[in-house]
Design a binder for this molecule. Structure first.
Ligand code: DMJ
Length: 653
């Protein structure tokens, strides 16, 4: 209805549903919509057009989103009813309804988690845009200096970044000139973001971590370029696989850190020097997670075909491992001759090793179009799935001839068991949540851990994950390797597996942090025993032979997951403290970083003269991502990390 005021510009509009209001007065003639339209002023017509446009946009974009989310929840309902019906069970039985509720809750929880996570990302981005990076007030505490340092002090007191490293860090090159086209190559269909773009927005702490990476990389380059591993004290090198292990294992870290020049140099080496036709026996698991995993990641992140070609070549050379007749692969193969065999030290393969090749071989099938890679490792997984277990937990040895677990094998989430559990969850995620069988095995295993392996220490009641020796007797021993589990549990919770998984993740990661924090060097030992005796003084017991630190990544890996998924700043503080301890006790002038012998001895921790390739591929990468304010950089929605920290795309189709 138009209220005439005498001045058209101030007309009021009332929009009724249909023409009821207008026609209510008796004797008034019914008017056609065209006549009504013609009587409106230009301003009124424009307003109506605008409102119609807004309404149409809402209908096109918002309603399908709401419908899709609701129907996803409903789909769970419908499919379950269908299954129940097919099985001729009570359609609305109480048990089923409880399960339906659980499924809905899980789905809703997942949607909530994603919404919260996206909101955190937006807030972080807004904060990053309006605030200076890393205000001084947020600096994490520095480990106290007790003045106890004696021998080795010169080495230990290196500043976080020396001048060379700083200069090197400054050469982070934005994608310009001749590189511009490379960065935009569409070859890797799965690349989700501009490889070098994100590096332009590094925080101060990220820059310090890049400087650490460059310190390690430049030492590798100077003393062992193209060889497997650097010995930072003697400044020599050694071979393990003979395929430039540290160089290849670092490829995607270099890319993620935005180090264009280093990436180009490494790519050139891969192109001209990387040769898999070497007469050397290699371990199937190690070369898969480190070399194949990194080549796949580098391909996805850069779109450079050379990485794909090398990955396919390596994949083919590893295939003879699967000629066992039992579906369980041999642990070793000669890259040149293709002769595969069990390890030299015994007849069995490690359980974690045969079950930690699946993400990589599946991805290799996707990029090569050759199904054989995925099929062969899927058979391994399905075979292991079919074997009897103890509350979802597995012994750590499996025989490649018989296909069975070793009788009375130790059960642990540490060495030789760890990544079996990690890949159960990650295979499900990588498949776009289609391979439910692995999720179910994972959920059962986590419940099994809680029942059989989780205990609390005295006097602080720290939660830890122990072992069952010979599959039976409990030992309160926890490898540092177990600390990956916090991150995996948090990821599972993010994907809807329940808040109890997140609670477990938080408690375990707190314990892992304490294995660093309670040591004089603030670095964790390789193995910790937990005191369970009532009235005990100290929670942690470190035996002399277990007191070394190999620069391992598992704890900082979990800190990354927990920080991203909870937003709790303490995880960054813990990560920064650990990073500073690495800087203080493991950094070697002109030599990179070295593993140390004794984390309990601040004065003389002793160097092992070895820089593990996972320090570059995992430890520094996870630390770098922990301090990224942009959660889109290797998003947990788009990528799943393999066991060596190499991100592989998730298949949502
Ligand atoms: C890495 O090679 C991988 O993370 C592996 O799964 C376990 N051990 C090391 C790091 O500690």
């Amino acid at each position: 209805m138009i209220g005439q005021t005498g001045r058209k510009d101030f007309s009021a509009i009332t929009l009724g549903f249909g023409s009821e209001d207008y026609n209510n007065s008796k004797g008034r003639r019914r008017q056609s919509p065209i006549r009504v339209w013609n009587r409106l002023s230009r301003l009124q017509r424009s307003i109506i057009c605008l409102m119609l446009a807004v309404g149409t946009i809402c209908a096109v974009y918002i309603i399908p989103v709401i419908y899709r989310d609701l129907s996803t929840v409903d789909d769970l309902d419908i499919s379950r009813r269908r299954i129940t019906k097919d099985n001729d069970h009570d359609l609305f039985g109480i048990k089923d309804r409880i399960q339906l509720d659980k499924d809905k809750q899980a789905k809703l929880q997942e949607l909530k988690n994603k919404a919260r996570f996206q909101l955190q990302g937006i807030m972080a981005q807004v904060k990053a845009d309006i605030q200076p990076k890393d205000p001084p007030g947020l600096e994490a505490p520095v480990p106290p200096d007790t003045g106890d340092n004696q021998e080795g002090q010169d080495v230990l007191q290196q500043p976080i970044a020396d001048e060379d490293d700083k200069k090197a860090a400054e050469q982070i090159i934005p994608p310009v000139d001749e590189h511009e086209n490379d960065a935009k190559q569409p070859a890797a269909k799965t690349a989700r973001y501009d490889l070098f773009e994100a590096a332009k927005h590094q925080t101060e702490k990220q820059k310090a971590i890049v400087a650490a990476f460059l310190h390690a990389w430049n030492a590798y380059k100077k003393h062992s370029w193209g060889h497997d591993e650097l010995h930072p004290i003697s400044k020599t090198h050694s071979e393990w696989f003979g395929v430039g292990l540290t160089l290849v294992d670092s490829l995607d870290t270099i890319a993620i850190m935005g180090l264009r020049q280093e990436f180009d140099e490494a790519k050139e080496w891969v192109k001209t020097k990387l040769n898999f036709n070497v007469n050397r026996d290699v371990n199937l698991f190690e070369i898969t997670i480190r070399i194949l995993g990194s080549l796949l990641s580098a391909y996805h992140l850069s779109g450079e075909d050379i990485f794909k070609e090398k990955a396919i070549d390596l994949g083919n050379r590893l295939m003879p491992c699967f000629n066992t007749g039992s579906k369980v692969p041999y642990s070793d193969v000669n890259l040149a001759s293709g002769r595969a065999h069990a390890p030299r030290w015994g007849p069995d393969s490690s359980t974690s090793e045969v079950t930690t090749i699946q993400l990589e071989f599946r991805d290799l099938s996707r990029i090569s179009g050759e199904k054989k890679f995925e099929d062969i490792v899927h058979e391994v997984s399905m075979h292991v799935h079919s074997l009897p277990k103890t509350s979802g937990l597995v012994p750590i040895f499996i025989n490649a001839q018989s296909g069975n677990f070793r009788q009375s094998g130790t059960i642990t989430v540490g060495a030789r068991g760890d990544s079996y559990y990690e890949y159960l969850l990650k295979q499900w995620i990588q498949s776009g949540k289609k391979l439910d069988v692995f999720k179910e095995d994972y959920v059962e295993a986590i419940a099994g851990m809680k029942e059989k392996l989780v205990r609390r220490s005295e006097p602080s009641k720290l939660l830890f994950v122990g072992e069952l020796l010979s599959g039976r007797s409990f030992s309160p021993k926890m490898d540092h390797l177990v600390c990956f589990l916090g991150g995996t549990l948090a990821l599972g919770s993010y994907y809807g597996l329940g808040e109890d998984h997140m609670d477990f993740a938080k408690e375990l990661t707190h314990t892992c942090y304490q294995t660093y924090n309670k040591m004089p060097t603030k670095l964790s030992p390789e193995i910790t025993y937990f005191n369970m005796a009532p009235g005990a003084q100290d929670d942690l017991i470190v035996k002399p032979l277990d007191a070394h630190n190999l620069l391992r990544p598992e704890t900082v890996e979990s800190l990354l997951y927990l920080h991203r998924l909870t937003g709790d700043k303490k995880y960054r503080e813990w990560g920064w403290q650990i990073f500073q301890a690495f800087e203080k006790y493991t950094k070697i002038p002109d030599g990179g970083y070295s593993s140390i012998n004794n984390v309990k001895n601040m004065g003389s921790p002793g160097f092992k003269d070895k820089m593990e390739s996972f320090f570059l591929s995992e430890t520094l990468k996870y630390l770098y991502l922990l301090f990224s304010d942009d959660p889109k950089v290797i998003s947990f929605d788009d990528y799943v990390f393999n066991s060596e920290g190499h991100p592989l795309p998730i298949n949502w189709t």
